[in-house]
Design a protein around this ligand. Sequence first.
Ligand SMILES: C[S@@+](CC[C@H](N)C(=O)[O-])C[C@H]1O[C@@H](n2cnc3c(N)ncnc32)[C@H](O)[C@@H]1O
Length: 232
Amino acid sequence: MNALENHDPRSFDHLAEEYDFVASLVRKPDFFLSHLPQRRHRVLDVGCGTGVLASELSRHFESVVGIDISEPMLAIARRKRAAANIEYRRADANELVLGQKFDAIVSHTAFHHLENVPRTLGVLKATLEPGGRLILIDNVAGKFAFARHPFLYVVFSCLRLPLDIWRFSLRPAWRFFRFCVSPSWIAHVTTDRYLSADGFHEVYGQLLPGASFTRLKYFMGVVWQAPGADVI
Ligand SMILES: C[S@@+](CC[C@H](N)C(=O)[O-])C[C@H]1O[C@@H](n2cnc3c(N)ncnc32)[C@H](O)[C@@H]1O
């Protein structure tokens, strides 16, 4: 273990390899792809992780910038999901300084890690081109929030295993299960704090007037269009 290794249980540094496996197994870009703006020059992915979404978006935009605070996550993105039109940058979304504007800003399950969502949203809004879109998905606290108690989380992971074997086949499902019940992930996920559905409307609705909210099982999808024309 080197001295720079991050020991914060909330960090993804020590989860990177297995998280990447899980993300590539379960991540679906449909919500993002169905809300893309007409003009598709530049897109920013906030908390891009190992680049699963950024890589998909590189097929739809001229250029993609993926930012993340975790160097091990970015290292996997650069190794596995490099493309001529993707730049992966280390940056803290709590202290964003972006020297360019974007036609779309996306984020998948990163916003609950931010210290001050309104402040980051303010910076991101100012970074959108007229008519540009902010499209994000984040976890929502639902009626099964109690299942994130460590013991119950393991029980639910066990119960889900047969279904995952059916969905993904034995080996990937087993690897997914081992990740879910690993002490590192349990320490991480059971200390995550999510907004309720009402909380989403309150926090995001105030800052993003006219935003649309879509409940996606354990997640909330938020789409907001910046004032101005979305034209080529
Ligand atoms: C749940 S993962 C999601 C990763 C990726 N978006 C995906 O869907 O596979 C959350 C990501 O947000 C990153 N993150 C957390 N806090 C951050 C911050 N302050 N600035 C930038 N990225 C951050 C983490 O390092 C991690 O890669």
